[in-house]
Design a protein around this ligand. Structure first.
Ligand code: HSE
Length: 375
């Protein structure tokens, strides 16, 4: 029997990317989709080619309507999950809850999903009776897809990571704000650039620096300039000197891989916001457990999944194929700059890029939905 799937938060950025992917893959043929809203109850449902779809949007806070769903998939965010999840569970609902937000990730009865990496764990959890499946943090999912082979073969002792995270990770308002900051700058320097005299560059630079630091730069969301700058702190403070985004790296990786406390992969680093729109990049310094030949390392990474793309470690390939602009909007996980570091034979360097909204958010939960509807 086809399962009834309630969608919440499908209009937002991650939700819209999810719906597009579901249409592309014809996932709606296999479910009865029911659309909910937290704010526009009664208005029109999205344009999905399905004979089952509800006629108007249902109330996302109506417990009795939610109870009728076999599966609930929410991209609405942490506040919604906080408000409704425990209430729904304590009403006796035993359906599957799929969530893109981080709120339930730390619970013992939730499983973080990234099936190209932890399919077996997901299936075990389903068989054990787990009902709550949550998408992982974007940088963690993108790292695991890039380095999946090395994790799988237990070749990693520790990783030090530096991220270069796009505005989309902070939300659509932040993407708008980054574009507004760019627009603000360009308006003021348009004439200077038309003159295009290189002797002018230092005065243009001074002007830009003043503009970036002026109160007129739009920065309600980021609080500080991102254009022409960067922000080396992402999300709240986890504990003194450590951001929550940085803390998630080790916690979520080990939870996704089902590692126990005695066998943790050690991961730490710094998470940095940069002025790209929707691709996160990451640089890894990896300490391997053994000295493995670089060709074997590349083969292991390449063999792990069909999205990872090895970029040869030369200048031309790197600059043209290992960057956010070519990766944006694709499911590709390019990884390059792979080489042994001169600090020792067990030390490896790698750089990867991935779309924050696709593999970083929507794709793992879309695939989880498909796993559940086949159960
Ligand atoms: N927290 C991430 C970021 C987003 O701010 O880029 C997704 O997990």
């Amino acid at each position: 029997m086809m399962k009834s799937v309630g969608f919440i938060g499908w209009r937002g950025m991650v939700g819209s990317v999810l719906l597009d992917r579901m249409k592309e893959e014809k996932d709606f043929n296999n479910i009865i989709p029911i659309f909910f809203s937290t704010s526009q109850i009664g208005s029109t449902v999205p344009n999905i080619n399905s004979s089952f779809i509800n006629k108007v949007l249902y109330d996302a806070f109506d417990i009795s309507l939610l109870q009728e769903q076999d599966i609930i998939l929410t991209c609405q965010g942490t506040n919604y999950t906080k408000k409704i999840y425990d209430k729904l569970r304590s009403s006796g609902w035993e359906g599957y809850w799929i969530d893109s937000s981080s709120y339930l990730r730390t619970r013992n009865d939730s499983c973080i999903v990234l099936d190209p990496v932890n399919y077996d764990l997901i299936i075990n959890k389903i068989n054990e009776g787990f009902k709550t499946f949550v998408g992982g943090n974007c940088t963690v999912s993108l790292m695991l897809l890039a380095l999946g082979g090395l994790f799988n073969d237990k070749l990693i002792e520790w990783i030090s990571v530096a991220t270069y995270q796009a505005a989309s990770g902070a939300g659509s308002k932040h993407m708008f704000e980054l574009l507004k900051q760019m627009n603000f700058l360009s308006k003021y320097i348009d004439l200077d650039l038309k003159n295009d005299l290189s002797s002018n560059i230092l005065s243009i630079d001074r002007k830009v620096t003043n503009l970036i630091n002026s109160d007129r730069l739009p920065k309600n969301n980021f609080k500080v300039p991102l254009v022409g700058s960067l922000i080396p702190w992402i999300d709240k403070t986890f504990s003194y000197g450590i951001s929550k985004e940085e803390w998630k790296g080790q916690f979520e990786t080990n939870k996704i891989l089902g590692m126990d406390n005695e066998n943790l992969f050690l991961i730490d680093g710094i998470c940095v916001r940069i002025s790209t729109l929707r691709c996160h990049s990451q640089y890894f310094t990896i300490k391997l457990k053994h000295d493995i030949h670089i060709n074997d390392i590349i083969q292991i990474i390449y063999n792990h999944n069909k999205w990872v793309k090895i970029i040869p470690n030369d200048s031309e390939s790197t600059i043209s194929k290992l960057n956010p602009s070519v990766t944006s909007g694709t499911l590709d996980i390019p990884i390059g700059r792979i080489r042994k570091l001169n600090i020792g034979k067990k030390y490896l360097s790698a750089f990867t890029v991935g779309d924050q909204l696709l593999w970083g958010a929507a794709e793992p939960i879309r695939r989880m939905l498909n796993i559940l509807i086949k159960q």
